[in-house]
Write a protein that binds this ligand. Structure first.
Ligand SMILES: C[S@@+](CC[C@H](N)C(=O)[O-])C[C@H]1O[C@@H](n2cnc3c(N)ncnc32)[C@H](O)[C@@H]1O
Length: 246
C-alpha cells in the first residue's frame, strides 16, 4: 500500500514538526513558480539538522547567534531549522516568491512565540530579495555569513554559475556552506563538484569518511500529524565545511 505522503500537487498547507515545534507552511499549488512548493530536500534538511543537533557542530550552543543566509528559500523550511537552533537567518528568494515566504515566516514566528512564551533558543528570520548574481542584492544583505544554506537549488545547468558566484560573494574564510538536493542529474552534480574544487580548497568533514556526500537512498520515515509517510529520495547533503580560499 502506498503510504500517505506529506505533499501532493494539490496540497496547500504542509504541517511539519521541526525540532519539537509544529510548523505550518503554505504553498501555492496553482503557481507555476518552483518557489511556492515545499520541496522534499528541505524536509530532509531539517530532519538532518534535528538528528545532528544533540552534539557536535549543529547543537544550539554552537549555533546560537550565527548569521545564516538561505538562498532560493521558497517557502522557508530550511531557514526555520537553523533559526530553531538559535541562528539569525536571512531567508532570500526572487521577488515573485517573497509574499508567500513572508507569510510563512510571519505565521510560524508568531506561532512559535505564542506556543512557547519566553523561549530564548529561537534566533530570528528576516526575508530579503536576492536574485543570484545581483550585486546590489548581495551587498544589501551584508556578507560574509557564518552559514550559507540552500535546498533543492542545484537543478539547472544555467543556474549553476550565478548560484556559485553568489555563494562565493557571500562567503568569507570561515563560512560553512550546506546544500541539500536531490541528485536528478549526475552530470550536473559532477559539474558542481568540479566548480567547487577549482575555486576552493575544500576541507570535507562528514560521516562518509572521504566522501562529501550523505546520500539518503531507500526510505526515510517522517511523521506529519501522527501519520507516517515515506519518502524515497536520492538526496545529497553536501557539507563543505570551512572553506579556504585558494
Ligand atoms: C526547487 S525550488 C526549492 C525551494 C526551497 N528551497 C525548497 O527546498 O523547498 C528552487 C528555488 O530556487 C529559487 N531560484 C531559482 N533561480 C533563482 C535565482 N536566479 N535567484 C534566486 N533564487 C532562485 C526559486 O525561486 C525557488 O525558490
Amino acid at each position: 500500500m502506498e503510504p500517505d505522503r506529506l505533499n501532493s500537487p494539490t496540497t496547500s498547507l504542509i504541517n511539519l514538526e521541526v525540532l519539537g515545534h509544529q510548523l505550518q507552511f503554505s504553498q501555492d499549488p496553482n503557481s507555476k513558480h518552483l518557489g511556492t512548493t515545499v520541496w522534499d530536500a528541505s524536509v530532509v534538511f531539517v530532519k538532518y539538522l534535528e538528528k545532528n543537533s544533540r552534539k557536535g557542530r549543529f547543537c544550539p550552543s554552537k549555533l546560537k547567534g550565527k548569521r545564516v543566509i538561505e538562498l532560493g528559500a521558497g517557502c522557508g523550511v530550511a531557514g526555520f531549522g537553523m533559526a530553531l537552533l538559535g541562528c539569525n537567518v536571512v531567508s532570500t528568494d526572487q521577488m515573485e516568491v517573497l509574499p508567500l515566504l513572508k507569510r510563512n515566516v510571519e505565521w510560524n514566528t508568531s506561532r512559535i512565540s505564542q506556543m512557547n512564551p519566553g523561549l530564548d533558543s529561537f534566533g530570528s528570520i528576516q526575508v530579503a530579495e536576492l536574485d543570484w548574481g545581483n550585486e546590489d542584492h548581495i551587498g544589501s544583505v551584508a556578507p560574509p555569513f557564518d552559514y550559507i544554506i540552500g535546498t533543492d537549488v542545484v537543478y539547472g545547468e544555467h543556474l549553476l554559475e550565478p548560484l556559485m558566484q553568489t555563494i562565493f560573494a557571500l562567503s568569507g574564510p570561515k563560512t560553512t556552506i550546506l546544500l541539500g538536493y536531490e541528485i536528478r542529474s549526475t552530470s550536473l552534480h559532477e559539474h558542481m563538484l568540479q566548480m567547487w574544487k577549482s575555486n576552493f580548497d575544500v576541507k570535507i568533514s562528514s560521516k562518509g569518511q572521504g566522501t562529501p556526500l550523505f546520500t539518503f537512498h531507500s526510505s526515510v520515515f517522517f511523521f506529519s500529524s501522527g501519520t507516517p509517510f515515506s519518502q524515497s529520495l536520492d538526496l545529497c547533503i553536501l557539507y563543505l565545511g570551512h572553506l579556504v580560499y585558494k
